[in-house]
Design a protein around this ligand. Structure first.
Ligand code: PSU
Ligand code: MN
Length: 321
């Protein structure tokens, strides 16, 4: 069992490993790959339960796993099931989370202890997927979009815990940028303050999930999986805390017209405000509304960008060593 050194002092190590055994359950396939130092890519489960409707959510999750295998790595879908932190879900577990949908607790850092103590289930966000990946010894994670600073955060203070986790936990996160349901400029400012490198893969601009452009510059442009792997290896060798954010633009042929998606986002934001949606419900509400308002076209784009990120993450995982 690997330990989780940056969460504990040396004295706590032995005890932490014990707790890890008690709460962390690594699937046999993932455990074997890790012990043989073969590449593993983590995947989140909130995208399954809260990010897409059934059955496309389950179909996508399985396709993403398949894509990672085809590119030479082992997928580890992460979730909380029956009070266990799972690194590597079975097909049945993915089906279970997908069918239960929004009835599964969306689990961020603050939810972990209580869900585990109660023996409950949870769908892991970017935050908790990073945490559990790090506990298991997995250093790269592919997803769709990350949480960030919401529009109007200067009064609501709605800032995703994902940004804090990126500042804390040394995992490379490959995403397609962030949706403009968020304030992308403030999200970048926050990441800069927290010392999180934001990399554009083949681009100087932060991609905005459904579209390749946002008008905001990223810190660095990197054009090859080899150079991404080299950057992350150095990050780890320096022992820096915190992750690295790779933003990979959606392939051109699947991107959406900017005005269409922005109209849907504005309408979704207006409805959320009118209905008084707050806290952890905000992001799932906005995601579902945008999907409804774009008649399912956005779902198609969403699926393709996740597959695109899974491919890149697997390529990098094979090179990290
Ligand atoms: N953005 C997306 N799709 C998603 C999410 C965000 O485009 O599925 C999910 C991720 O799991 C992310 C979480 O970590 O929402 C962020 O939620 P919040 O904004 O409540 O922190
Ligand atoms: Mn929030």
């Amino acid at each position: 069992m690997r330990n989780y050194p940056y969460l504990c002092t040396p004295k706590q190590d032995a005890q932490s490993i014990l707790y890890m055994n008690k709460y962390l359950s690594i699937s046999p396939e993932v455990a074997e790959a890790l012990s043989e130092h073969r590449p593993v890519v983590a995947l989140e489960s909130t995208i399954i339960s809260h990010g897409m409707p059934y059955p496309q959510n389950v179909e996508t999750a399985l396709m993403v796993e398949q894509t990672i295998r085809e590119h030479g790595a082992v997928p580890a879908t992460i979730a909380i099931i029956g009070g266990k932190l799972k690194a590597g879900c079975t097909k049945e577990e993915i089906e279970y989370l997908g069918k239960k949908g929004q009835a599964v607790t969306k689990a961020s850092r603050r939810d972990l202890s209580i869900l585990l103590a109660r023996g409950e289930d949870g769908a892991t966000t970017v935050t908790t997927t990073m945490m559990i990946a790090a506990m298991a010894g997995i250093s790269i994670f592919a997803t769709g979009g990350i949480g960030g600073v919401h529009r109007g955060a200067e009064t609501t203070m709605d800032i995703s815990a994902d940004l804090e986790e990126l500042a804390r936990t040394p995992v490379m996160v490959v995403c397609a940028g962030a949706k403009s349901i968020l304030d992308l400029g403030l999200t970048l400012e926050y990441l800069e303050t927290k010392g999180v490198p934001v990399i554009g893969y083949g681009t100087d601009e932060l991609p905005a999930f459904y579209t390749r452009h946002s008008g905001f510059k990223v810190d660095y442009r990197i054009d090859t999986p080899e150079a991404l792997a080299a950057a992350f290896r150095t990050h780890r060798e320096l022992g820096l805390s915190g992750g690295m954010l790779v933003t990979n633009p959606i392939p051109e042929q699947y991107s959406m017209p900017e005005d269409r998606i922005n109209r849907a986002i504005n309408e979704a934001l207006r409805e959320a405000a009118e209905k008084g949606i707050r806290g952890k419900a905000t992001t799932p509400f906005l995601l579902a509304k945008v999907k409804d308002l774009t008649g399912g076209d956005s779902l198609k784009s969403n699926i393709q960008l996740v597959l695109n990120n899974a491919r890149l993450a697997a390529q990098v995982a094979c090179l990290i060593g």
